[in-house]
Structures are given as structure tokens and as C-alpha cells.
Design a protein around this ligand. Structure first.
Ligand code: HEM
Length: 197
């Protein structure tokens, strides 16, 4: 289950060619594959595996969202507040008896390009989340089934297409900066996954 669409090198941004979303997808495909593979052995219908996944996701997502909260107006989509999922994932974790990740001491304010890369990763994670939601909802454990606020977030709102439309309509000039932001986001998710493993 990977977004097998490129070679995962960051070289693509040297060429003026692909649209930014394609560039981001290509530059991060190796990181995505590693992350996907890292969760491969987990059974999201099992409460323990599911809680470990949520804890790892929250450890990266909550600080990234705190950074994006500080981004300048126009660096995030106008509906950014509705896209935030920190509240949903923290509520799921709390209900499952897991602690919230430590708050970042002083979140940075990402620039326009970096914010685009960070957002790409957060918004893209909704796509794989649909597959995981199906597994969680099929669980025999109501503790799993009843705590899917994070995976269900944005249901029916087509947040991924509206994000890619926003990105295409006003892409940052600094494409390398956007790629760097996306790679940093994936690195945070990978580190959080390794810490939970
Ligand atoms: C845990 C297991 C995961 C699975 C099974 C998975 C699976 C997928 C799938 C199937 C897609 C393509 C969906 C489509 O094109 O309709 C996708 C896209 C994507 N996923 Fe994941 N994913 C997982 C985790 C993650 C995580 C944790 C992140 C980031 C935090 C992430 C970031 C992305 C991004 C950015 C895209 C969009 C790629 C593009 O530009 O098309 N994924 N994922």
C-alpha cells in the first residue's frame, strides 16, 4: 500500500517541470514507503496496536500543527482551523488511556514554502487513514471502534482534493523549501514511529 509513483530522490526539484504536488510525491515516496512498511505488521483492529499507532501519529502531528498555527496568513489554506486534527487524536488517546505527547516548547513559525510541504504530508496522511479506518471499524473491540475521531476526521468533506487545489492555485516559489518541509514532516513521523516500536 504505497504511493508508488516515483523514485524517492529529491533530485526532481532541480528540473522545472512537474507540478508541486507531483514533485512532493516523488521526493517523499521512499519516506512514505518506509512509514507504510513500518506499520505493516500492525493490526489496527487490536487495541494495543491501534493505540501505539495513534500515540506515534500524535507525537508528530500535534507539534507540526502547532507550527502551522503560527504560519503567516496565506501560508495555510483559509480553512486551516477545520483541518486541524490534534483535538481528535488527543481525544482518542485519552479515551484509550494513553498520555498525550509532550507539548513542543516553542513551536517555530514555518515560512510559506515549508508550510506547504508540512501540509502536504498532514493532508496526504488522510488517504492511507481511510484504509486504516476500515480495519479499526471492523474491530471486535468497541474501545477501538468508538475511538476513531482522528481517522474519521473530515469524512465527506473532500479535504484532500481541496488541499491539492489550493496548492496548485498558489504554489510557493521556493519549491526546494516545500520539499524540505515535506521531508522534515516525514522524518518526524518516522522518528515517532521508531520511538513507539
Ligand atoms: C500507516 C499506513 C499507511 C498506509 C497504508 C498509507 C497508504 C496510502 C495510500 C494508499 C495512498 C494513496 C491514496 C490515493 O492515491 O488515493 C497514500 C497517500 C499518501 N500518504 Fe499514506 N499511508 C500510510 C501512512 C501515511 C502516513 C503516516 C503519512 C504521513 C504522515 C502518509 C502520507 C501520505 C501522503 C503525503 C500521501 C499523498 C501522496 C500523493 O501525493 O498522492 N501516509 N497513502
Amino acid at each position: 500500500m504505497t504511493n508508488d509513483t516515483g523514485h524517492g530522490d529529491a533530485a526532481g526539484f532541480a528540473e522545472a517541470g512537474p507540478d508541486l504536488r507531483s514533485l512532493l510525491r516523488r521526493a517523499t515516496s521512499d519516506a512514505h514507503r518506509r512509514l507504510d512498511a513500518g506499520w505493516g505488521g500492525h493490526d489496527f483492529a487490536k487495541r494495543r496496536d491501534y493505540a501505539v499507532f495513534l500515540a506515534a501519529m500524535a507525537a508528530a502531528l500535534v507539534p507540526i500543527e502547532a507550527e502551522l498555527d503560527r504560519a503567516a496568513q496565506g501560508a495555510v489554506p483559509p480553512d486551516w482551523p477545520e483541518r486541524r486534527r490534534s483535538g481528535a487524536i488527543l481525544a482518542d488517546l485519552d479515551a484509550l488511556g494513553r498520555p498525550a505527547p509532550p507539548a513542543s516548547v516553542s513551536p517555530r513559525a514555518p515560512g510559506r514554502a515549508e508550510a506547504a510541504g508540512l501540509l502536504y504530508v498532514l493532508e496526504g496522511s488522510r488517504l492511507g487513514g481511510q484504509l486504516l479506518l476500515r480495519q479499526a471499524l471492523a474491530s471486535s473491540d468497541s474501545g477501538v471502534r468508538d475511538n476513531t475521531r482522528f481517522l474519521r476526521h473530515g469524512e465527506g468533506q473532500r479535504l484532500w482534493p481541496s488541499f491539492t487545489a489550493w496548492l496548485a492555485a498558489c504554489p510557493p516559489v521556493d519549491r526546494e523549501g516545500a520539499v524540505a518541509g515535506a521531508l522534515r514532516a516525514f522524518a518526524l513521523f518516522e522518528a515517532a514511529q521508531a520511538a513507539q516500536a
